[in-house]
Design a protein around this ligand. Sequence first.
Ligand code: DHB
Ligand code: FE
Length: 282
Amino acid sequence: MARITAGVATSHVPAIGRAIDTDQTQADYWKPMFDGFEFSRKWEESEKPDVVFLVYNDHATAFSLDFIPTFAIGVAEDYAVADEGFGPRPVPAVEGHADLAWHIASSVIQQDFDLTVVNKMDVDHGLTVPLSLMFGQPEKWPCKVIPFAVNVVQYPVPSGRRCYNLGKAIRKAIDSFSEDLNVQIWGTGGMSHQLQGPRAGLINQPWDKAFLSDMVDNVARLVSIPPEDYIREAGSEGIELVMWLIMRGALDDQVTELHRHYHVPASNTAIGHLILKNGNNS
Ligand code: DHB
Ligand code: FE
């Protein structure tokens, strides 16, 4: 049977992709940020997941503001790397897992979550930057990826509670897939940041640090945070953190924290990163 072995949370700032692609990771500004992912890349080399179920948001790249689904699952065999204005990032194309994705779509829709099914989609920095942080610069990504896009761009956005419960439905779906697969679930985006308006540049370190801790052992507090609290406390783009709750919902109630990293600043964003292993012993 397929099984979810671990959850990963990580921010997805485009400037991180640029720093990797232009060989700046050892520069003074970037080194402390990238150092926090060294453990993670080594860990992935030994974990060797077959599939990553990658929860991210599209930044008006594949979807425009003309048309934006709340939850969209990619069921394609592959995904091209998007051109976000400066040409596509020089990273490998993303290989999908169509059979598992269709199985998850069927199961989750029958569990009463309405998903948009996507057969063709280019993937932006929300998806490729986390892959680079966790896998480095391989010629080919070491596993298949199921992209799962969440609308955190056009209001109204889904609540943290709905995201968490959706994670539980995704868990049930993956657990019922007959092929023997090591699946990881990643929640990306965040932490506090605001890219626009008078509060542009907002970072809230105490709020972020409490969020990181409660991802491990007090998720009940996090699922009750309403969207307006994210915006007030973590900035307009801090709402991306609801995607971490999909990942958390798909894990056991009890998890073991394997790794934590927090760094400010990276571009306009507070970088947060967690690796959580299912169960209370590693
Ligand atoms: C930045 C962060 C994001 O999450 C994003 O999608 C775009 C830009 C930034 O900090 O520059
Ligand atoms: Fe973003």
